[in-house]
Design a protein around this ligand. Structure first.
Ligand code: AMP
Ligand code: MG
Length: 419
């Protein structure tokens, strides 16, 4: 395999996926499973609802008796959700029924209470014609015994927790989280807790990368700052390689003080690529050390975060068993022209705003220098400029990859349309 060629983003992602090991399976309590990924299918262990039940508070009727407005029926029983009906509904009879209560035999439909009028002597007038099956939830409609209700590889969201509770999983099988170490490198860097020196560069990559790791529910280990010195770097890298995944930022390029790549090779790491045709993020490397992964990320703060988005996040999700480890791109329209020289895939930081017609409008956050971290803090998404593109005019149809925290608005979809 040719390692020192420039890969496209897609080729590099495919190479990452080929080298990601799958985490082993562990059993954890349901209440701690949010954000993890199911390691096995979950099946229904009962029919839900367990019988045909009412979808409304109202009256269980024979549709033949209630097909016309004006029909009058006699109420023979009250059925609550916890009851078993005792009677059979026959000619011009009905039963008062609560939401979720089982239908009495004889009845084949429900009319909601709002569509009836009580008369004297436990009689009820039908105000709206009823058809067979109206407002009845069929046995097994929500789930049937034995059905696969959740597939392995499903991320556990609040809805999934609800389904797992419905199938009585007090514990769930998930894939373990990778142990992730984060290392920064560079003599110019000033640690967050170091004395303030306006001549130095505040170490931000490590903290931003750890936050990106934490969005996946993984608590990373911070290894601090390695100096641009082969021995100090080797010491730090060696500690990092004890983790499933090591992220090291800075020093990954080809400058004379960029020691990361040779230091990794000296430690026995196999490099699978170190250049990807992307902007920001050109000098990014993937290495393996046995089953362990190393990502050497660019030092520029935006570049390291963008590379995390494209390569590291998907790798961590795949390790955890996600069936869908990549962010889904969405369509948007470009607010203002973007210049681009054909060559690399460019990721432009953009904000997203919704037009009245529902279109998403993507607008660049401004200066796109890879050192301008504020642009990353403002961004809702990364706009993809394809490598062959020679610039995008205002109004162009584009695709964007939403970032964490995107997708929220100051007003709701519904409030916008109220006066
Ligand atoms: P390098 O890849 O080491 O040449 O670094 C490229 C640029 O990113 C330089 O301007 C570095 O000062 C900066 N940089 C590297 N690491 C960090 C970091 N951890 N936090 C903030 N900036 C960094
Ligand atoms: Mg450096």
């Amino acid at each position: 395999m040719e390692k020192n060629v420039n890969l496209s983003v897609g080729e590099a992602q495919a190479r990452v996926m080929r080298h990601v090991p799958l985490g082993s399976v562990e059993d954890i309590p349901l209440e701690r499973s949010l954000g993890r990924v199911l390691a096995e299918d979950a099946r229904a262990n009962r029919d839900l609802p367990p019988r045909d039940v009412s979808a409304m508070d109202g009256f269980a009727v024979r549709s033949a008796d209630a097909a016309c407005a004006g029909a009058v029926l006699t109420v023979i029983e009250d059925i609550r959700a916890s009851d078993r009906p005792r009677s059979t509904v026959v000619d011009s009879q009905c039963a008062r029924i609560m939401t979720g209560a089982p239908l009495p035999s004889g009845a084949d439909a429900v009319i909601r209470v709002e569509d009836t009028r009580m008369l004297s002597g436990e009689r009820v007038e039908i105000l709206v014609p009823v058809k067979a099956g109206d407002d009845v939830r069929r046995r097994g409609e929500a789930m049937k015994t034995g059905d696969v209700v959740l597939e392995a590889g499903t991320k556990i969201t609040p809805g999934v927790v609800g389904v797992l509770a419905a199938v009585k999983r007090t514990r769930v099988s998930v894939r373990r989280c990778p142990r992730v170490a984060v290392l920064s490198s560079g003599d110019e860097l000033e640690a967050l807790d170091a004395p303030f020196d306006p001549e130095r560069i505040p170490e931000s990559n490590g903290h931003a990368l750890m936050a990106q790791v934490r969005t996946l529910g993984i608590e990373p280990a911070y290894l601090g700052i390695a100096r641009d010195d082969p021995d100090d770097l080797a010491d730090h890298l060696r500690r990092g390689l004890a983790h499933d995944v090591l992220l090291v930022s800075g020093g990954s390029s080809v400058g004379v003080h960029d020691h990361v790549r040779p230091a990794l090779e000296a430690l026995g790491v196999t490099l699978h690529f170190w250049c990807v045709e992307m902007k920001p993020g050109h000098p990014v490397a993937l290495g393996t050390y046995g089953e362990h992964l190393v990502f050497a990320l660019p030092g520029n703060p935006v570049s390291s975060m963008v590379c995390f988005e494209q390569f590291v996040g998907p790798a961590l999700r795949a390790f955890m068993g996600h069936a869908r480890p990549f962010r889904r791109a969405v369509a948007a329209s470009l607010a203002r022209e973007i210049k681009h020289r054909p060559g690399r895939t460019e990721f432009v930081r953009v904000t997203l705003r919704r037009e009245a017609d529902g279109r998403l409008i993507a607008a660049s956050t401004g200066a796109q220098s890879s050192g301008n971290l504020c642009s990353m803090a403002q961004a809702d998404a990364l706009l993809i400029v394809p490598p062959q593109c020679a610039g995008l005019p205002s109004g162009a149809a584009v695709r964007v990859l939403p970032l964490d925290g995107a997708g929220f608005d100051a007003v709701s979809e519904f409030m916008e349309h109220t006066a």
